[in-house]
Write a protein that binds this ligand. Structure first.
Ligand code: SF4
Length: 308
């Protein structure tokens, strides 16, 4: 299948032992059939240890008490890669933080914001987001229409003659709604969702009673950050609209995500008197892990946003 990738895609490199929120901690790691067959064929002490560290009908690694992958070394490196090379890790590990969107004529690859290095790369990119399409591709009629709609959204979100708040207003208008979310309602909605880490609850609780004036979306220093963030959510989540036609709900999801992240960052800034790019990117990383990487949470939000 032909692949399309964002301009920044090839610049990504896992920072492994320098990563503060390793994807080898806190996530269930499912083992695909091919890798399982490889583990079963390993006649070494490591092979024995690997097999003893796997459980379940859908095989996955038994995480340690602190939810660490049993093969994540103290120095933050992967023992399986160190001992046997990249081929020894399961598909999910070699893919992460990449995601795929499937279209009839091509597959789009992206980098997910739940990885701190991907978040740094994406949210600091001065260059406007673009997708490199495969050469000599014959698009279907549906794909052509979908890409034209998406490009219209990107063009508005990337119009640097307007501030980000104005761009959000314009995109919402295109789909017949207003960018006027209620923080109280959004806070309640997000608190009701499934949780990965309780520190996320504390962050959401911090929004109670916070008066969000949305000026963060107009601030010069955060324009690139919120532009890239909004474009990312559209790039990642609009794809399904080609099949179900739910463009409005998905655009709402993208803008609500930016709104909530903006409110969280503004609240932190109001408490500390300032907020760094690193802290903002970390809020995004946590949002992505809590919301985007839970199919249940995305489904609940989409259901909520489809009916308004
Ligand atoms: S979260 Fe990203 S940078 Fe960190 S270990 Fe995983 S892939 Fe590497």
């Amino acid at each position: 299948m032909k692949e399309a990738v964002p301009g920044y895609y090839q610049n990504f490199q896992c920072i492994a032992d320098r990563c503060k929120h390793s994807c080898c901690v806190g996530w269930e790691i499912d083992i695909d059939d091919e890798t399982m067959a490889f583990y079963e064929s390993l006649n070494t002490d490591l092979g024995d240890r690997i097999r003893k560290s796997i459980e379940g009908e859908e095989p996955h690694f038994i995480l340690g008490p602190d939810e660490r992958c049993p093969f994540l070394k103290e120095d933050g490196l992967c023992e399986l890669i160190c001992e046997c090379g990249e081929e020894a890790i399961c598909e999910i590990c070699s893919l992460h933080p990449r995601f795929k969107n499937f279209y009839p004529s091509f597959t789009e690859m992206g980098l997910g914001l739940c990885c701190e290095e991907a978040a740094r790369l994406i949210l600091s990119a001065e260059e406007p987001f673009s997708v490199k399409m495969p050469e000599n591709i014959q698009l279907t009629e549906e794909e052509t229409m979908f890409l034209a709609i998406r490009q219209t959204i990107f063009a508005v979100l990337q119009d640097r003659n307007q501030n980000v708040k104005e761009r959000f207003d314009s995109v919402a208008k295109l789909f017949g709604f207003s960018f006027d979310f209620s923080l109280k309602k959004a806070q309640k909605l997000y608190v009701s969702l499934e949780r990965l880490d309780e520190s996320w609850t504390d962050m959401l609780e911090g929004l109670k009673g916070f008066s969000f004036d949305e000026s963060i979306f107009k601030s010069e220093k955060f324009q690139i950050f919120f532009e890239q963030l909004a474009v990312y959510f559209v790039f990642r989540h609009l794809a399904e609209a080609m099949w179900d036609g739910e463009y409005g709900a998905r655009v709402r999801f993208a803008l609500l995500s930016c709104f909530l992240i903006g409110a969280l960052c503004a609240q932190i800034e109001s408490v500390n008197g300032q907020i760094s790019f690193e802290k903002m990117a970390d809020v995004v990383r946590q949002y992505s892990a809590e919301i985007e990487y839970s199919e249940e949470n995305v489904a609940k939000l989409m259901a909520e946003l489809s009916c308004c």
